[in-house]
Ligand binder design. Structure first.
Ligand SMILES: Cc1cc2nc3c(=O)[nH]c(=O)nc-3n(C[C@H](O)[C@H](O)[C@H](O)COP(=O)(O)OP(=O)(O)OC[C@H]3O[C@@H](n4cnc5c(N)ncnc54)[C@H](O)[C@@H]3O)c2cc1C
Ligand code: SF4
Length: 326
């Protein structure tokens, strides 16, 4: 039996009160709890207080405006997955969300919790007894990274399925960083290169995600998400490939490719000139797939041989491009 450490449940009445509590108390935020409660049972974190965000006003729901889709952080994944407007305007996001965990998790789990998800590692997401037997690592109570064999950094994998797609779509986060203070941060700028819980974000640790804003894509938008996992069932990604493109007729006018589950941050291809201003012929698709394969540098922090996952980065890019090309 995995027992949770004792904590006091806090139920703030406002977002400002929640942020103040997180800053002042030894505490963590709880949304749907589908990841956090498992981590607490593994004693990966032992906060004295857990701050329940459910019930806070204004954090739930999907608004579709002329310029953007705004999704409240507490919106359940299942709501995002089922929303006909999301499926129509940004199909890749509906695909990515539908690939997360299982149906029950998606009813409980929220989009905000998925964006703020802790990084994962074979040497970390284990019971306390398992970790003690091996020797605890840098991310939880130890001073050594078993993956890179050094005390310098944690390379646990950013393992959210929505993050690569939201990054490719240019999503912006509305974060309450202090009482009365909302900061807008591009999702592409949220992550650091360090997978440790208190170091993985570029914003203060008490930041509370209020909403995710996705700019409305231009006419001719197409997007898709390809997920590699050991079983086509309830499983975290071993690799995620998000592709968002715009076409004018058969000619591509813009494209973003973002890879997930490699490192503590999603990896966005810096330039894709060979795929823009041209039709996606087989030769273009092969050239891009080959570049993505060379760009991907998976670590041994999660299941799946890194060379195999690197090869699949090219394979899944090819599949995504062939699926999207008009
Ligand atoms: C068996 C299993 C399989 C899973 N498979 C997948 C998978 O395939 N893909 C995947 O992406 N995830 C997977 N998950 C993880 C999880 O279900 C999802 O990531 C879910 O979206 C997390 O949302 P939540 O609301 O439950 O977050 P919580 O568990 O409540 O919180 C997750 C983290 O985010 C923080 N947080 C939550 N909300 C906010 C906020 N508004 N502001 C600031 N911080 C916040 C919490 O403090 C915590 O650190 C799986 C989980 C399980 C148990
Ligand atoms: S990457 Fe290293 S420090 Fe990070 S969780 Fe894994 S073993 Fe621990």
């Amino acid at each position: 039996m995995l027992r949770m450490p004792a904590f006091t449940l806090q139920q703030p009445a406002s977002v400002d009160e929640a942020v103040r509590m997180r800053a002042e108390l030894d505490s963590l935020y709880l949304a749907g709890g589908t990841d956090l409660l498992v981590n607490l049972k593994h004693h990966l974190q032992r906060p004295a207080h857990v701050i329940d965000l459910r019930g806070l006003p204004g954090l739930d729901g999907i608004e579709v405006g002329a310029d953007a889709i705004r999704i409240g952080a507490l919106t359940p994944l299942a709501t995002v997955e089922r929303d006909a407007r999301v499926r129509d305007i940004v199909p890749g996001l509906a695909e990515a969300v539908a690939s997360i965990a299982g149906p029950q998790h998606r009813e409980m789990g929220t989009l905000g919790g998925n964006v703020m998800l802790d990084t994962r590692c074979l040497f970390y997401n284990q019971t306390e007894a398992w970790r003690t037997a091996l020797g605890k690592c840098l991310k939880a109570d130890g001073d050594w990274c078993h993956v890179i064999g050094s005390p310098k950094a944690c390379v646990a994998a950013q393992s959210s399925d929505s993050v690569p797609m939201l990054t490719a779509l240019g999503a912006v986060l509305e974060l309450r960083t202090a009482p009365g203070e909302v900061r807008e941060v591009a999702l592409a700028d949220l992550f650091t290169k360090d997978g440790r819980y208190d170091r993985m974000h570029t914003v203060p640790r008490e930041s509370l995600l209020e909403a995710i804003r996705i700019p409305r894509p231009a006419a001719g938008h197409r997007s898709t998400y390809r997920k590699v996992r050991s079983r086509q069932a309830v499983d975290f990604p071993q690799l995620g490939v998000a592709v968002a493109a715009t076409f004018d007729g058969r000619t591509c006018t813009a494209v973003e490719i973002v890879l997930g589950a490699l490192l503590p941050s999603p990896r966005q291809l810096p330039t894709l000139d060979e795929a823009i201003g041209v039709e996606w012929t087989d030769a273009v698709v092969e050239a891009v797939a080959d570049r993505v394969r060379r760009f991907a540098r998976p670590q041994r922090s999660i299941h799946g041989d890194p060379a195999w996952r690197r090869h699949l980065a090219g394979v899944e890019t090819r599949r995504a491009m062939l699926y999207l090309r008009p």
